[in-house]
Design a protein around this ligand. Structure first.
Ligand code: ADP
Length: 606
């Protein structure tokens, strides 16, 4: 049996260890795959936000390309055609989604003396003085006017902002005039850019990223920002992109192949001011209203001038911070699941161990109850046999035999009562009848009931009841039963000293009455203290000493005391004795006015 238990236990522990190892491996795998996911997500989110900025750039190009295409004169105009510009502008305005995007249309002509003409509302061009902020642009354009360029594309000046297109009168190769389209910054920053940012960087009407359009030179200007402070601080954004020219060339990254025509790309590397010359733009002249990407040559006034840059940063501070918060949440959830799984496994193991122990205890109980039943039954059978055999031939012997049979029968009946009581308390079916109970009255009753046992075991009983103890609200029978169980145990396990103490007091701390039953007997080993309250448990020491019992008494006492709102405690020293205490709440129960009726009710219930 012992060998069987050993191998069974070893199997259980082996299984537990294997499960623990599997859980640890799972935790490590989970951790690793979470880290991999984090890295992938980080790269993906960075690529996505860069792609979204690229879409914003395309969106902006789509706003500008109809202007450039519409206002592009025929391949070789014979002379400056102002009416053409007026007509085409009016047509563009009628069809444009954002007609307010163009603030003014100018023509800077060198046909006779240099002159700036502005298109007025009536559709006529009128000579006008140069606005102050156009002066750097004029100086830049003057350099071009001295050159013989076969082709120059549309240019953009981002400080005004304005689009400029150099034109020639055939057959001269010289540039004779410039078309200048001044853009409306308010329309751009209050309508077009917010719409594009929401379209490409938002979800459900909410921007996941802060977006700004800045001029990325020494004095950094914020042209547009989705949030009040974003763009003016110098914290690194998650993604950035040139709005015109190569998307990332200024920031170290190559421009995506095939996206920008070769005519625009080499020109981006230097500025017209740095390197003006007739042969820089040598691509074939584009067809009018040509579909496809917009070719805009950026005008830079210095090497530091990087023009417009779109920047974006995640609302959580950065893509890393956003991913880290998702990563930590995922990690917490996965480890939480593993913890719950481990707890469940521990619970299953503990429960099954407990069930196995209970099954063993029940087997022990069956054996010990059979033994307990057999002893009095043998006594009864033997006494009855003697009577039947006619050995009881006088009155005195008959009385002795009768008393012996009665004693054994009572022992049997008590055992059966205890089993039935245990079954009732376990199922919660035991009926309690509450009433006000006087402590000294109940102790007297317990001592009277156990008088013959006390006498036969020659135990000295020391009794001490604190005067003026209040009555307690409890079940008289149940309380008597509890104290009697404790008292019988003190006699059974009371050892050589043959002494027991029974005390009732109301400690200064805690509003309760404590009834203590104490002995100087065999005591209980510390590792057994918890087990003795389990049903069917009997200490191996008492079983081997052949002290009778069922292992149910303390379990019954504990259930009953708990049902009366109290608790059962024990202090014990192995070999020195034990002290069991019933703690019951004082001053708990109906008010004095209710007292009489409840007592009557309790009496009627009996
Ligand atoms: P039983 O006395 O029928 O065995 P109990 O439930 O009353 O069942 O007690 C359970 C076990 O607790 C006992 O078998 C014994 O080992 C231990 N025990 C109970 N009371 C005492 C005591 N006063 N002194 C020593 N051991 C005790």
């Amino acid at each position: 049996m012992t060998r069987f238990r050993f191998t069974e236990n070893a199997r259980w522990y082996g299984l537990g260890l294997a499960l623990a190892a599997a859980l640890v491996s799972l935790a490590i795998l989970q951790y690793r795959s979470n880290r991999q996911l984090r890295d992938v997500l980080q790269t993906q989110m960075r690529a996505n936000v860069q792609g979204s900025l690229m879409n914003v750039r395309f969106g902006l190009e789509q706003e500008l390309s109809p202007i450039c295409n519409t206002l592009l004169p025929s391949a070789n105009p014979q002379k400056l055609d102002l009416e053409f510009y007026a007509r085409e502008f009016s047509q563009w305005r009628d069809n444009a989604v954002h007609p307010a995007l163009i603030a003014n249309v100018f023509v800077y002509t060198h046909a006779n003396a240099p002159e700036l003409l502005r298109l007025e509302a009536a559709g006529k061009f009128k000579s006008e003085d140069w606005p102050a902020r156009f002066v750097p642009l004029r100086e830049e354009l003057d350099k071009f006017s001295a050159t013989d360029s076969p082709f120059l594309p549309w240019m953009i000046e981002e400080n005004i902002p304005a689009l400029a297109l150099p034109t020639r009168d055939a057959p001269t190769p010289r540039i004779r005039s410039f078309l200048i389209v001044q853009l409306n910054t308010d329309e751009l920053t209050q309508h077009i850019l917010p719409e594009l940012a929401n379209r490409y960087l938002g979800s459900n009407g909410h921007l996941d990223y802060q977006v700004a359009l800045i001029t990325a030179n020494a004095q950094r200007n914020v042209v547009y920002s989705s949030d009040a402070s974003f763009g003016s601080d110098r914290h690194a954004p998650d993604a950035q992109l040139n709005v015109f020219g190569p998307p990332m060339a200024d920031h170290g990254g190559p421009a995506p192949a095939g996206m920008f025509p070769s005519a625009a790309r080499p020109a981006e590397k230097s500025t017209p001011r740095d390197e003006p010359g007739p042969n820089r733009f040598d691509a074939p002249e584009p067809q009018r209203r040509e579909p496809g990407p917009l070719r805009l040559q950026t005008i830079r006034y210095s090497r530091d001038d990087r023009g417009w840059t779109l920047i974006a940063r995640h609302r959580k501070g950065s893509v890393e911070a956003a991913v880290a918060s998702i990563y930590h949440r995922n990690l917490a959830v996965s480890f939480g699941v593993l913890v719950v799984l481990s707890a469940t496994i521990v619970l299953v193991v503990v429960t099954s161990q407990r069930a196995r122990r209970l099954a063993h205890l029940k087997m022990d109980f069956v054996a010990s109850v059979s033994h307990e039943l057999r002893t009095p039954l043998t006594g009864i059978v033997m006494a009855a046999q003697n009577v039947a055999d006619g050995l009881v031939d006088n009155k005195e012997r008959a009385i002795r035999y009768g008393a012996a049979i009665l004693g054994q029968a009572q022992q049997l009946s008590e055992l059966i009562e205890q089993i039935l009581l245990f079954s009732a308390t376990e199922k919660g079916r035991h009926q309690y009848y509450f009433q006000w109970v006087d402590i000294s009255e109940i102790i007297d009753s317990v001592l009277k009931r156990s008088a013959s046992l006390i006498r036969s075991s020659a135990v000295r009983v020391e009794q001490s009841i604190e005067p003026d103890l209040p009555a307690i609200w409890g079940d008289y029978q149940a309380l008597t039963q509890c104290l009697q169980n404790l008292l019988v145990n003190s006699i059974k396990y009371g050892g050589q000293d043959e002494w027991l103490g029974i005390r009732a007091s109301r400690p200064a701390r805690g509003n309760e009455i404590v009834i203590t039953v104490e002995d100087h007997g065999i005591g209980i080993a510390p590792d057994e203290i918890k087990k003795i309250f389990e049903p069917f448990y009997r200490s191996p020491a008492v079983t081997s000493a052949q002290i009778h019992g069922s292992g149910l008494g303390l379990s019954i006492v504990q259930s009953m005391v708990a049902a009366m709102g109290g608790r059962l405690t024990v202090e014990s020293d192995l070999g020195k004795g034990s002290r069991f205490s019933v703690h019951l709440p004082a001053d708990k129960g109906p008010t004095p006015g209710e007292k009489a009726s409840v007592s009557l009710e309790a009496a009627a219930n009996r």
